[in-house]
Ligand binder design. Structure first.
Ligand code: NAP
Length: 297
């Protein structure tokens, strides 16, 4: 049994399996979620329920948050009944959501004024990585806080790297999102091109997936597209939230990000066509609309 008492806020697609892995690893875990069925599931699994984010903080040494977007993290941290109302010296709050690096730095300053240390620790690896405990975790914040939280992160992830100071974990996550988005665009264009050229797309994915152009998207999303499976692992709307974070952060440093802008516009076509709750592989549907080609026919 670990000595660290862990609080966990946000039991969604990612948070539910991540918090279960903490229980499995032997941490005493106190959870809070806005909607209750996920809380009941975690309590049946061995966690304790708290009535508010504040209560979670009062009962924990480390509080993990993984909610949707920047305003949601601010709400659970600084809102009424939020984590920062229940703080005491020595508490560490690690936010594993994907949010704005700038807001992350501002939140770190506000928390520090109340004696609370923060880490940004966004993740990559999707629902599968969350279930299997194999997430990549990219951390920003002080080394000492990182070291204290490392056993907690190790229960949820495999590759865990401290990138630098506050916000740097989030900046790294945005790099991750740029690569992932452009891999998806490359895959979508290759599928449309291969389809119109008349080659066998399954064979194409098999051999491309074993060569220098292999990617997570080619290996995992390519076969889904051929089967016309657009169910979400990661939804277009959440990916678009991340692309807006990329474009906003690039704007702050006056950096052109041409390819990120392009793929953001294509996913906007998905949103316009009421496909925002589909998986990010729905990008193919936007290209199909543009080209008149249907993949997998
Ligand atoms: P999700 O399934 O939609 O879950 C979001 C969770 O946040 C839910 O538990 C929700 O509570 C809670 N929440 C949202 N807004 C809140 C608020 N204002 N106050 C309190 N609770 C709030 O999303 P997810 O896929 O787990 O993603 C969570 C974060 O991880 C996002 O930042 C996402 O970008 C990132 N991420 C996701 C993936 C992925 O593959 N899904 C991969 C890497 C990173 P309710 O249950 O009450 O709605």
């Amino acid at each position: 049994m670990s000595e660290l008492k862990v609080g966990f806020i946000g039991l969604g697609i990612m948070g539910k399996p991540m918090s279960k892995n903490l229980v499995r690893a032997g941490f005493p875990v106190t959870v809070y979620n806005r909607s209750k069925p996920a809380v009941e599931e975690l309590v049946a699994f061995g966690a304790k329920a708290a009535g508010s984010c504040r209560e979670v903080a009062e009962q924990s040494d480390v509080v993990i948050t993984i909610v949707s977007d920047t305003p949601d993290v601010l709400q659970v941290m600084t809102g009424s009944g939020g984590v920062l109302e229940g703080t005491r010296e020595g508490l560490i709050c690690a936010d594993m959501s994907t949010i704005s690096p700038k807001a992350t730095r501002e939140l770190a300053e506000e928390a520090a004024r109340r004696g609370v240390e923060t880490l940004d620790a966004p993740v990559s690896g999707g629902e599968k990585g969350a279930i299997e405990g194999t997430l990549s975790i990219m951390v920003g914040g002080e080394q000492a806080a990182f070291e204290k939280c490392l056993p907690v992160f190790q229960a949820m992830g495999k590759k865990i790297v401290r990138i630098g100071g506050h916000g740097d974990g989030q900046t790294c996550k945005l790099c991750n999102q740029i690569v992932g988005a452009l891999n998806m665009l490359g895959l979508a264009e290759a599928l449309v091109f291969g389809q119109k050229s008349g080659i066998d797309l399954e064979k194409m994915l098999e051999v491309v997936g074993g060569g220098a152009a292999a990617s997570w998207a080619v290996q995992n999303l390519g076969p889904k597209v051929i089967k016309r499976d657009f169910e979400p692992g990661f939804m277009v709307t959440l990916q678009q939230k991340d692309m807006r974070l990329v474009l906003g952060a690039a704007e702050e440093i006056k950096l052109p990000t041409l390819a990120s802008g392009l793929v953001h516009q294509l996913w906007k076509q998905n949103e316009a066509d009421d496909q925002g709750r589909k998986g990010i592989q729905a990008l193919v549907l936007a290209l199909e609309k543009l080209t008149g080609v249907t993949v997998g026919e």
